[in-house]
Ligand binder design. Structure first.
Ligand SMILES: [Fe+2]
Ligand SMILES: [Fe+2]
Length: 169
């Protein structure tokens, strides 16, 4: 007897095309998280100066969260019958999170983080819309991740406000 496929929901045969499209969206999300981990490692170590400490500690915490997000996306890709891509498929996009010319340039780092979080928020909202009525499990997972990213962005917006208030940004 052949193994029965799910007749309902995103795992059913008749949803194969939408499932593949969703897996592509999840792969992009996965790469965004992986690149964010790389960028946050560099930016949690490079900055110099007393003012950098809060940013460094904050990014150190975020690295673990973003790594967790990458693993969640990878697991969901597999559950949806996709394959987690290998490193040769990776294309870097975070031009705004490259090391600044001077390592005391904390505003550059703060703005780069806000840009990365904003990009994630935009892409994850797209996935939440795409999965609506189609795949509530992925939708639920991405909503929780989106909540984390909104928290990250808000925190760094607060840092930027402080620099703006002092005329430094
Ligand atoms: Fe993330
Ligand atoms: Fe984040």
């Amino acid at each position: 007897m052949a193994v029965r496929n799910a007749s309902e929901g995103i795992l059913s045969d008749d949803k194969a095309a939408q499932r593949e499209e969703l897996v592509e969206l999840l792969k992009k999300a996965y790469w965004m998280e992986v690149e964010t981990v790389m960028s946050y490692i560099a930016n949690s170590i490079n900055p110099d100066g007393v003012r950098a400490q809060e940013i460094i500690e904050s990014l150190q915490e975020d690295i673990q969260e973003e790594l967790g997000h990458a693993q969640q996306y990878a697991r969901r890709i597999k559950e949806l019958y996709g394959v987690v891509p290998g490193s040769l498929d990776f294309t870097a996009e975070q031009s705004y999170l490259q090391p600044p010319e001077h390592q005391t340039d904390i505003v550059h780092v703060i703005k780069g983080v806000i840009e990365a979080e904003t990009g994630a928020i935009e892409h994850y909202n797209r996935i939440i819309e795409f999965t609506d009525g189609l795949d509530f499990v992925t939708q639920d997972m991405v909503i929780a991740i989106l909540h984390d990213e909104e928290g990250h962005r808000r925190l760094f917006e607060g840092y930027l406000r402080e620099y703006e208030a002092e005329g430094l940004a």
